[in-house]
Design a protein around this ligand. Structure first.
Ligand code: GRF
Length: 196
């Protein structure tokens, strides 16, 4: 049984999919906390439903950068998780966190990295760009988090077709469906590869 912590900002469907797999015993892990920068997001609702402690840490709650970073580090210290899972966390992680958890932070991105990653490629903009470029396929990538956004080692990808007439929203939904199956399996496999 290993320990994970999750960071999320949005609807939290990936977070929910992971905690459901834990609940079903498919992923032999415990989720110790949710850190969010958005106290009213869907992920918070899911955490409450499953009794997972929520920490709202943002530029609003902690306007001072040093205090903000200290608050994040305090949660990491308290729970000493094996892996930190970014599940739709829409803010760059402070370098001190990336270094502290080197090779132990995973992120999921809704394109086939290295394509459509980095600055400006977040949310629906990713899918808009994929469609505008007339790509024939897209799909989610799970990767390690490094100091450069979306450039860490790729752990897993799944391809989905981009179909004639797709809107960014339709493509986003097709990719998201795959994310829910890909993320928990990649977390499991990566933890095992770490030598456990
Ligand atoms: C997903 O598309 C993920 O790839 C990206 O943010 C979105 C999060 O969706 N990083 P949800 O909040 O898990 O529903």
């Amino acid at each position: 049984m290993f320990k994970i912590g999750v960071m999320a900002s949005g609807g939290g469907s990936n977070f929910k999919a992971i905690i459901e797999r834990i609940g079903e015993g498919d992923l032999e892990a415990q989720c110790k906390f949710l850190i969010t920068n958005n106290g009213t997001c869907g992920a918070v609702e899911h955490a409450k439903e499953y009794g997972i402690p929520v920490y709202h840490i943002s530029g609003k709650t902690h306007p001072d950068v040093a205090a903000y970073e200290a608050a994040l580090l305090e949660v990491l210290d308290k729970y000493d998780v094996d892996l930190l899972i970014l599940a739709g966390y829409m803010k760059a992680l402070p370098v001190c966190i990336v270094r502290r958890m080197e090779n132990r932070i995973l992120n999921i991105h809704p394109s086939l990295l290295p394509k459509y990653g980095g600055k400006g490629f977040w949310g629906i903009h990713v899918h808009e760009a994929v469609i505008a470029a007339h790509e024939k396929e897209s799909g989610p990538t799970v990767h390690l988090v490094s100091e450069e956004i979306d450039q860490g080692k790729i752990l897993a990808q799944v391809k989905v077709p981009v179909l004639e007439g797709d809107t960014p929203e339709v493509l986003a939904a097709r990719v998201l469906e795959q994310e829910h199956d890909l993320y928990w399996k990649t977390i499991r496999d990566y933890y095992n590869e770490m030598g456990h």
